[in-house]
Design a protein around this ligand. Sequence first.
Ligand SMILES: *[C@@H]1O[C@H](CO)[C@@H](O)[C@H](O)[C@H]1NC(C)=O
Length: 212
Amino acid sequence: MAKAIGSLAIAVVTLLVGLCLVDGHGTGGETRCAPVPSMTAEQACNAVCGTAHMLKLCLRTLLPLARGAGGTGGEHRRREAVTHYVGVAARGALDAYAATAAAKREMQYSGALPSDERTAHERCMAGYDLAVRFMGRVADDLASCDCETAVARLKDDYDGSLAGMDACRRKLFGYPASPLYDRNLADRNMTMLVGLLSNLVPTPSPSPSPEI
Ligand SMILES: *[C@@H]1O[C@H](CO)[C@@H](O)[C@H](O)[C@H]1NC(C)=O
């Protein structure tokens, strides 16, 4: 897990640096987007996933139609910009957060449930509210070529999403039997998948020095 968190930190930095080339010299701070590579979903997942579990989660997220009657199989061969995959994973994370929030709303609380556990659930969901807010901006930020704004916000967006998942987890530590506990671990993995895929967004080469 520590290794995974480490690579997420690298992923975030890579994404922030790689998103756009910022030309701070000569042209009055104009920005332009760095070229982004394209690949198939399988190539993307194989490149960033270090565990069989993550690989499966990644393929399931990026190729939802590949399995079963709905899929033609053609999506296996389609090449997309890596930022597209980050966006798809971000929306997958949002769906996962929403499903957990719905499960929480539908939980039937009997009088037998201690009130402190009920409070822990409420505080966990406050973390989800936070994560939804930040993750919701990720796809928008990726599409933006207003690099200074996007770069400044993306770091906050990732920090916020993960912090929201971890805030929930801390509240649930004492209640591992809670159905929310496992859901949160799975949702946290989805969040980390977004970070891993963002590793594929290239780091920029240094901007050429302007002629003086
Ligand atoms: C989260 O990912 C880790 C590492 O890939 C895996 O071992 C773990 O089982 C996953 N947890 C859930 C709840 O999916």
